[in-house]
Design a protein around this ligand. Structure first.
Ligand SMILES: C[S@@+](CC[C@H](N)C(=O)[O-])C[C@H]1O[C@@H](n2cnc3c(N)ncnc32)[C@H](O)[C@@H]1O
Length: 231
């Protein structure tokens, strides 16, 4: 998968790209490239934003700046780009990122991610350049960089080679293997700690009973109200 991130803070992604699971995916031929719109702005002094028409606080990312940056990177009119690849603007009010959307994005050969800053994007960027608007939750971050990393992390760990054990990504919370439910609880050594016992069945060695117990716990968690479970 080829991922291009349009961000005013490309240095934020150096840490992300150095993480083991990301490195693993990059080693299989995927890429994670950052483009700084400030380097392509047609305006003087590296200007990328401006005050909002109609007044109000903050600055708005300019459509002509994003147009230039996308055009410089892809060599096509950005209006046509979204027919060739998903161009995702990160915004608090967008489609909520969930497991079905992550799986959908993990099947794409290429993604373009647009990180907002300040008050956000001039709406024409969303109307004319973006194919999707995605939110990582109903709260407001200072910029799209962390939201983009969350999206990339969730997507990249689905790709072959990301994780040490491929099964980690097939039977986990919200996966089809668990019927879309949260994962069952895990335990490790010691089997007893301060009088807190690990469920007997997990020590039994009966694979079928263990699988049934796990399925049941997972379904129980799914039936409970969201936010009441551990990991
Ligand atoms: C301070 S926010 C802008 C908030 C905007 N004025 C509003 O009220 O919706 C700056 C940028 O951070 C990113 N951002 C903030 N919260 C986000 C979230 N929950 N999901 C995705 N992106 C987010 C977006 O790219 C946004 O353009």
């Amino acid at each position: 998968m080829k991922i291009d991130v349009f961000t005013l803070f490309p240095e934020w992604f150096q840490w992300f790209a150095s993480q083991r699971h990301v490195q693993n995916v990059l080693a299989t031929g995927s890429s994670l490239e950052c483009v700084n719109p400030r380097e392509h702005t047609p305006l003087s002094g590296g200007q990328v934003d401006d005050t909002p028409f109609g007044g109000g606080a903050g600055m708005v990312l300019r459509v002509d700046v994003l147009d230039s940056a996308l055009r410089a990177h892809y060599g096509v009119d950005p209006v046509a780009l979204r027919e060739r690849r998903r161009v995702i603007a990160l915004a608090p009010g967008g489609r909520l990122l969930d497991e079905p959307l992550v799986e959908e994005l993990a099947r794409e050969p290429a993604l373009t991610l647009l990180c907002g800053r300040y008050e956000g994007f001039d709406e024409r960027i969303i109307e004319h350049f973006a194919s999707d608007v995605v939110s990582i939750g109903r709260y407001v971050l200072s910029g799209g960089e962390l939201a983009t990393m969350v999206l990339c992390d969730a997507v990249l760990r689905k790709l072959p080679g990301a994780l040490g054990d491929e099964r980690s990504a097939t039977e986990e919370s919200f996966s089809a293997a668990l019927e879309g439910n949260p994962e069952y609880p895990h335990y490790t050594r010691p089997a007893e700690y301060r009088g807190w016992q690990v469920p007997e069945v997990l020590l039994s060695g009966h694979h079928e009973q263990i699988a049934r117990w796990r399925r049941e716990r997972s379904r129980e968690r799914g039936a409970r109200a969201p936010g009441h479970d551990g990991d």
